[in-house]
Unconditional design. Structure first.
Length: 606
């Protein structure tokens, strides 16, 4: 009976109606998911992975899609009538299946959470509707779920709204909502894309534990091959709406048969690949035969950005008069330097202060104290007109390209906007500059008149890079610039950034949680924890000789793209994350460092 599939896709075909006629998103896909099994569906964006999962939940119809053929069989259990064809089920049946018997973790947490309801209300809703729990029992279960996904101070979080949490925390809330009713089948659509390595490792361990304890089956959609190696029992590889290969996880990794699967595995950055090199090296792209890439060595040794004792705090309001009752110490006494033509990467868990640090450098959030010297000029001391002039030299690539692009403006207008703002060139010169920028980020000029919604995630991110380059900046702050991209597009974007750095001598502050990517692009690395840099030094020193306990645990948590080297729970020595919230009158100790080797500094423990 255990071999009876829990869910089966049989010759699934999904079409979307457009002005130019129907577009086939999934052509002819068949595979089974058995109880207690994890099936990973992999492929690049646009291959039909998410459409297949949305069809199983019958959500594809709400996005303009239509199940044009095939069967979607789901075993509800003997007590609920056994196997049904979801594609033909009525609305009432789907209402009891969705969220209760089939849970779904969506990729983009901000769009799957309701901005006007508290976290507590959204977590308890499913428990009260499907499980019939009382308000108090649902609240208790919700707080327990928040603890399971390792959210600090769960009672406090229950009263907060989604915009008050970091991206990684929001993603964990979405996972908690999906797990709330203990579904028979869990569909996880890129559930760990926005998470850093330690949290990702814990979430994967949590899903794995749930699977073992309750027999829940998991359909895991991802482009991260290391996660596939860690989690999957079987792998389904999709390409352009078709299944091109399916097999046990070890077979797929050790002996892939289809050329696309081979190319996909070749494009994965692997931790430890850069051993013995001191400078970043461009990655192999899909289809590249030539593996001899030249290291990118900076030409000069001049400090462009010098950050000294930077502190950024956010007030926590409370009480009837909304007074400041405490402060979030987001960035606490942080110092680092970025040299001309070099990349410094900041890594750490979500909520550790990486993004706040990057935004403070640009004064997108106002620092509490410290010094930020750009070309020996103090950015904090600038007046608004001076700051506006200084921002020509420093640009930011944000984590979510869709949120940072204007949906109502054509792409050519968005890329030329910085040039218009600063009055650079005539209309013809600007048009010429924009066309050249499109060439540089390898987008066809025919895209100039398109809108953001007509582009894939990777293409939108390239538009964001083109716009950041429009003013020829000296410094680019890349905040998780490749975290949402699939392997092949990620490799292209990283190579593009490295080539531009070599050509134009741009300095980069690269904020990321992907350790394999950081190893690939960095000259030096700073590891952040609870608002402080706990270890900083040249990239080989941090990766090959980590000294701080937190750096060691961060590197230990990185999943390896090899199913024979899976991490067990005991390898991942998890500790609860302390809170960065302190009373208003709290005075933290200064950051003091030991220099363990030249240029390699480790925070002294208190």
């Amino acid at each position: 009976m255990l071999d009876q599939p829990l869910a089966s896709l049989k010759q699934l075909r999904v079409e979307f109606q457009t002005k130019d006629g129907p577009v086939v998103a999934v052509e002819d896909v068949s595979f089974d998911i058995k109880p207690g099994e994890t099936v990973a569906v992999v492929g690049e964006s646009g291959s039909g992975k998410s459409v297949s999962s949305l069809s199983l939940m019958r959500l594809v119809e709400f996005g303009g899609g239509q199940i044009a053929g095939g069967q979607l069989l789901f075993d509800r259990g003997a007590d609920k009538g056994g196997v049904i064809d979801v594609s033909k089920a009525g609305d009432n049946a789907m209402r009891t299946i969705r969220g209760n018997e089939i849970g779904m973790i969506f990729q983009e947490p901000m769009t799957s959470l309701n901005p006007v309801f508290t976290i507590g209300r959204q977590l308890t809703e499913g428990l009260r509707v499907h499980k019939g729990l009382s308000k108090d029992a649902a609240n208790e279960r919700a707080i327990d779920l928040l603890r399971q996904v390792r959210i600090p101070e769960p009672e406090q979080r229950m009263k907060q709204y989604p915009h008050e949490l970091s991206g990684g925390m929001r993603q964990r809330i979405v996972i908690a909502i999906a797990l709330a009713c203990e579904p028979r089948l869990l569909i996880a659509d890129e559930p760990t894309t926005a998470l850093d390595v330690t949290i990702q490792a814990e979430i994967l361990a949590l899903i794995d534990r749930l699977k073992r304890e309750t027999g829940t089956a998991v359909m895991f959609i991802t482009h991260d091959m290391a996660v596939v190696a860690q989690m999957a029992d079987r792998v389904v590889v999709m390409f352009r709406g078709n299944k091109v290969e399916e097999g046990p996880v070890e077979e797929i990794f050790v002996a892939p048969k289809h050329p696309y699967t081979k190319a996909l595995l070749a494009a994965v950055p692997k931790l430890g690949e850069m051993k013995g090199t001191s400078a970043p090296i461009p990655m192999r792209l899909m289809g590249d035969k030539d593996t001899k890439a030249t290291p990118i060595v900076p030409s000069e040794d001049k400090v462009l950005l010098d950050v000294k004792n930077l502190t950024t705090r956010f007030p926590v309001k409370g009480g009837f008069f909304r007074r400041t009752v405490a402060n979030v110490h987001a960035v606490e006494d942080v110092s680092f330097q970025v040299k001309s033509g070099q990349t410094l990467s900041l890594v750490g868990e979500s909520g550790c202060g990486k993004s706040s640090c990057g935004r403070s450098v640009l004064r997108l959030v106002e620092p509490h104290s410290g010094q930020i010297l750009l070309d020996n000029q103090d950015v904090i001391a600038f007046s608004q007109p001076e700051l506006r002039r200084a921002r020509r030299d420093m640009q930011m690539i944000f984590q979510d390209p869709f949120a940072s692009l204007n949906p109502q403006m054509k792409l050519e207008d968005q890329v030329s906007e910085p040039l218009v703002n600063y009055g650079i060139g005539t209309a013809e010169e600007r048009a010429d500059t924009v066309a050249k920028l499109f060439d540089r980020v390898e987008l066809p000029r025919s895209f100039l008149r398109r809108y953001p919604h007509e582009m894939s995630g990777g293409q939108r991110q390239r538009i964001a890079i083109a716009r950041a380059l429009a003013l020829n900046p000296k410094l680019i702050i890349a905040d998780e610039a490749v975290s949402a991209l699939d392997v092949s597009v990620q490799a292209q974007v990283l190579n593009l950034l490295m080539e531009l750095q070599a050509e134009l001598g741009i300095s980069m502050l690269f904020i990321s949680h992907d350790m394999a990517v950081v190893e690939r692009v960095s000259h030096s690395v700073g590891v952040m924890f609870l608002g402080r840099i706990v270890e900083i030094g040249p990239r080989p020193a941090i990766f090959e000789d980590p000294r701080h306990d937190y750096t060691k645990s961060l590197l230990a948590a990185v999943p390896v793209a090899d199913p024979r080297q899976r991490k067990s729970d005991k390898d991942l020595n998890f500790k609860p994350i302390p809170s960065p919230i302190f009373p208003v009158n709290h005075t933290p100790a200064p950051s003091l460092y030991d220099e363990v080797t030249p240029g390699h500094f480790v925070l002294k423990s208190a």
